[in-house]
Design a protein around this ligand. Structure first.
Ligand code: SAM
Length: 238
């Protein structure tokens, strides 16, 4: 269970009504039962359930069972999507081991306002779901050309390009697996309207970029996210 408070020996963490309902009515945990809690900073702790008034519940931290690991170093850059698809894409990127999620604004990005609180809630939910203690960082949105202009020099960018010549994606990634020598990675997925020619030219002019075809069919951006991250993790994952 993700909690906001500090997890130190004996700390008492008041749960919100949603969490209290989950403890009492979904998990049906009585007072004294134990649950694993994490906050994204202090590792994973065994914590005891205690009543905190008529309907509220608190946890008392007992013992650390897993130290806090570092965040994964895979960066996931994506053109923001409309709500439900964005929720899905964020959750899958976290499940697939992204350590940083950054909206990359492209000329054909259609999503209006970006809801960062919603993104963080989706990232936390996915981390809880798959036992990731280091909640991925949600980085501020940036225009794609600004991001590329100021690119971290040794980070390799796998650019998923629906206009790339169709070839076996494993074949495209294999040389990278040999030549990568520990360099960090990023994956970029474009908007539903695709990249425009200037963005594509900019990307293809960069030495750190690997252009990846995900096959002959045009995938929805959220589908492409899962496909690309699966391939990158399979071939290059740490
Ligand atoms: N230009 C596309 C069209 O004509 O419908 C729209 C782009 S697609 C819906 C959204 C993003 O998913 C693309 O920008 C790309 O990053 C990724 N993508 C989709 N299909 C792909 C493919 N076959 N190979 C590589 N990337 C793909």
């Amino acid at each position: 269970l993700f909690v906001e408070g500090s997890l130190v020996q004996g700390a008492r963490i008041e749960l919100d009504s949603g969490q209290a309902n989950y403890i009492r009515n979904v998990l049906r945990l009585p007072d004294g039962a134990e649950i694993l809690a994490f906050n994204g900073r202090d590792g994973e702790w065994r914590a005891a359930v205690v009543a905190a008034g008529r309907k509220s519940v608190a946890l008392v931290a007992k013992e650390m069972v897993r130290p806090q690991p570092p965040r994964f170093d895979l960066h996931y850059l994506f053109a923001p999507l409309k709500h439900a698809r964005q929720d899905y894409m964020i959750q899958k990127a976290v499940e697939m081991g992204a350590g940083l999620l950054r909206p990359a604004l492209t000329r054909r990005t259609q999503a209006e306002r970006i809801n960062f609180a919603r993104m963080r809630a989706n990232a936390i939910e996915a981390a809880e779901q798959c036992g990731i203690l280091a909640i991925p960082e949600i980085a501020p949105a940036a225009r794609l050309d600004v991001l590329l202009g100021d690119w971290e020099k040794d980070r390799i960018l796998v650019f998923c390009d629906e206009d790339a010549p169709v070839r076996n994606p494993i074949g495209a990634l294999r040389p990278l697996a040999e030549a990568r020598d520990g360099r960090p990675l990023a994956v970029l997925i474009g908007p539903e309207g695709g990249f425009d020619s200037q963005e594509r030219d900019m990307l293809l002019s960069m030495s750190q970029v690997v252009r990846l075809s995900l096959g002959p069919r045009i995938l929805r951006a959220d589908t492409a996210a899962v496909a690309a991250l699966t391939l990158v993790q399979a071939e290059l994952g740490d």
